[in-house]
Design a protein around this ligand. Structure first.
Ligand code: NAD
Length: 736
């Protein structure tokens, strides 16, 4: 029998080697066709008496990434269509669909033929669930192999048997830890946990898998044997009595009840361990069906999986512009940002010329990379040779002539119009006709800076976030005259350094910082109202923000907030800034020298390590605090999310952000906007624009004009529209 996605070769010992190798895909993923073929392969191996056992592996360097996004997308579409047609029966049909993979894997493990999974490369999600259904698992001991059930990160959970088989192979605590965090395991760790049976050198992997079969591997899973007991001892043991109350508390602490997928994992394991496997699988299927119907799952999958991939693959790249050959890149300004930009560029294998005012400053910029490389070598993440090769790609210089061959220059000099003007002129005097100039300015409009350029259509903004090595997002800023070639080059560069881009039009603060400062300003308002500082920070975290607003302001630097407020006043007039905010910040910076973490004094105090930072007690004297009972924590949570989402809606209305995917992905990757919402606009769409509009009006009446909903929201509420409907990114693409 022949298959499109698999080959089946049976050797003289009667071992069928099933190799998963999808044509036209760089990675194997589960699709409806793959499931159908795998089902037929199980039937074939059962029917063929000559086949004594099966080894399943991958023909690619990775084993598989799990389910295909189009398959998951299809589940939502299926459910919504069914709901419209048959509201009563839709959930049952979704339940049946959710059981498809579970049923197939159960069929495989009870087929009577022994299966061994030979995990030759990274094995994620559904692919590891397939492996768990095999009777034996051998993993390659290569460093590049990662094993994970990461579904919780996109709002769902392992729903093809993962929550039942993992805790039947290892103790419940490690099972919960692995699945509720979605973190990756090395093959060694997976073996230590009992999740794989053997490790083998990459070139001996298939032999080891076959040997397992030849040594008489039983085609029966431990949980199908009579008298099976889970390794952790089930849930009626003294150890379990210690574990389960703590597990609920830890889950609450880590998720604030915001992630239905994570909660479902705990329920599946707890309930499943009390049941035989088939019933446990049913319980999992039931919770999976429930979670798939949540707004959180829908929005998280859309933003964190689908949109992120689409943006990463250049969804906004202008068609028809040839790929930019980034043979070398120039970075001008070897300070805090420039040094890191040079590092990520070299880490992507691109030679960089790193320019500063003098060779000492440029060389100092390179020492940043040397430190990072040393650290990586020390941690075993890089070999000595790799480190040396990376560093050899960075050439410090004070001579602008060294930029003559670059195709792209990223400017990261002082945030000063005159300094930037001078640099633009010097760079343009030497670079080739077709080279692109990109500024990393964080506050100066690109259109204004481009006025200093001889070729403003080859001028663009690439706004990095600090720390550059860790932050996945970059904002690409289009000035009024930035052309397609500049955009394509910027996106090609961002793709090469493996970051996710969002493309926004020019405005003060661009997209991310506009939203971030709304978050911080809401905290100023709360302080002024007398909300206890700890309550402000905790309410923000309960709303799903990773860092409290006061802590964030300390990281950003309070004197930077002061600079930005003053610049707004200078450029837009007094009315552009809340005078109480200005007074608060002036007091902290000018009178008290509290500038944030950088000088060890901000909204927090920073004692010497290992002591932890704590809220500065003097805040209570500056802003007398009322009892916490005076404030409703739900309202505080709402105020944070609404003020940010409303700012995002304004950027759409002003034409700054044109694609809802970018507002959503940018908000999560840029400042961690409550990920369970799917991002700023999904937060609005998720509750409905009308509900959001009403909420804004209510908050505006109680907390100020800045909550006043906008004309666009009013119009959308009246028409019953959503952001993804009105600004449908796929329609725009189709029309383009
Ligand atoms: P920085 O002061 O650490 O570095 C600036 C560097 O530019 C210094 O090394 C300086 O010697 C060099 N420089 C100044 N004039 C120069 C000239 N004429 N020719 C060559 N080099 C010159 O500043 P930074 O924090 O790295 O910020 C750089 C840019 O990045 C600014 O535009 C800033 O707004 C932007 N930015 C900063 C952050 C951040 O978190 N710091 C984030 C995003 C963007």
């Amino acid at each position: 029998m022949s298959y499109t996605n698999f080959t089946v070769e049976t050797d003289a010992d009667g071992i069928a080697l099933v190799t998963w190798n999808m044509p036209d895909k760089s990675m194997n993923v589960f699709t409806a066709d793959v499931l159908k073929e795998l089902d037929a392969i199980v039937d074939q191996t059962v029917a063929d008496a000559a086949i004594k056992g099966v080894v399943v592996t991958s023909g690619k360097s990775t084993f598989s990434g799990g389910a295909d996004l189009s398959m998951i997308k299809g589940m939502f579409t299926f459910y919504n269509e069914e709901k419209a047609r048959d509201p009563e029966g839709a959930a049952q049909k979704l339940f049946d669909l959710c059981g498809q993979m579970t049923g197939l894997f159960r069929k495989l493990e009870t087929s009577g033929k022994p299966w061994v999974s030979a995990i030759n490369g990274t094995c994620m999600g559904g692919a590891f669930e397939l492996s768990l259904a095999c009777h034996g698992r051998v993993a390659s001991n290569s460093k590049s192999v990662k094993i994970a059930l990461p579904e919780v990160k996109v709002g769902i959970f392992p729903g093809a048997g993962g929550t039942q088989r993992v805790p039947r192979l290892t103790n419940a605590q490690d099972a919960l830890q692995m699945m509720t965090t979605g973190s990756s395991l090395t093959p060694q760790r997976a073996k230590a946990l009992g999740l794989v049976h053997e490790l083998a050198d990459p070139d001996k992997l298939i032999d080891a898998a076959k040997a397992m079969l030849k040594n008489g591997l039983k085609p029966v899973q431990p949980w199908d044997e009579k008298g099976f007991k889970a390794p952790g001892g089930g849930i009626w043991t003294p150890a379990a009595a210690q574990l389960w109350p703590a597990a609920s508390a830890i889950l609450r602490r880590e998720t604030n009840g915001n992630f239905p997928g994570a909660l479902a994992i705990v329920k599946c394991v707890y309930e499943g361990l009390q049941l035989p496997i088939d019933l446990g699988l049913k319980v999992e299927q039931r919770y999976f069906t429930q979670v798939l119907q949540t707004t959180e799952a829908f929005s998280m999958i859309r933003s964190l999986f689908i949109s992120m991939q689409e943006l990463g693959k250049g969804a906004r790249r202008p068609a028809g512009v040839p790929k930019t050959e980034l043979k070398t890149v120039g970075v001008v300004g070897a300070g805090f940002m420039g040094a890191s930009i040079a590092y990520v560029t070299a880490a992507a294998g691109i030679p960089v010329t790193l320019i500063d005012r003098d060779i000492e400053a440029a060389t100092k910029g390179k020492t940043h990379s040397e430190g990072l490389v040393k650290d990586s070598i020390g941690k075993g993440r890089m070999t000595q040779e790799q480190g040396e090769a990376l560093l050899a790609l960075i050439t410090p210089s004070a001579d602008y002539n060294d930029l003559k061959d670059v195709k792209l220059v990223v400017e990261a000099v002082f945030e000063d119009r005159q300094v930037k003007k001078d640099v633009i002129e010097k760079v343009e005097a030497v670079i080739g006709e077709d080279a692109i100039f990109a500024s990393n300015t964080s506050t100066l409009p690109i259109t204004g800076l481009a006025k200093n350029s001889k070729r403003p259509n080859q001028f663009i903004g690439i706004h990095f976030f600090s720390p550059v090595e860790k932050m996945m997002l970059t904002e690409v800023i289009l000035g009024k005259e930035s052309g397609d070639k500049a955009l394509a080059a910027a996106l090609d560069f961002v793709a090469a350094i493996k970051k996710t881009p969002i493309v926004v039009n020019d405005t003060r603060g661009f997209y991310v910082n506009r939203c971030v400062f709304r978050y911080i300003h809401e905290a100023y308002d709360m302080l002024i109202e007398g909300v206890p500082a700890a309550m402000i920070e905790n309410a923000a975290k309960m709303a799903g923000m990773p860092v409290g607003p006061l802590s964030l302001n300390d990281e950003v630097a309070i004197d930077l907030s002061q600079k930005i407020l003053k610049a707004s006043i200078a450029d837009l007039g007094e009315a552009s800034v809340n005078p109480e905010h200005m007074a608060l910040i002036n007091k902290l910076v000018d009178d008290l020298d509290r500038r944030g973490r950088k000088n060890g004094k901000g909204f927090y105090e920073y004692p010497a390590k290992p002591a932890k930072k704590f809220l500065w007690p003097g805040l209570k004297d500056l802003f007398p605090q009322k009892p916490a009972e005076n404030f409703d924590v739900e309202t505080l949570k709402q105020r944070f999310l609404v003020t940010i989402a409303l700012e995002a809606a304004r950027t759409v209305e002003e034409g700054i952000v044109t694609d809802p995917r970018e507002a959503d992905v940018g908000s999560i990757l840029g400042f961690g906007f409550a990920p369970y919402t799917g991002g700023t606009l999904s937060y609005i769409d998720g509750m409905g624009v009308k509900t959001f509009f009403d909420l804004c009006e209510k908050l505006a009446a109680a907390y100020g004009e800045h909550f006043q909903p906008t004309a666009l929201l009013k119009d959308m509420a009246a028409k019953g529209q959503t952001f993804y409907g009105r600004f449908d990114p796929y329609a725009t693409q189709a029309a383009a």
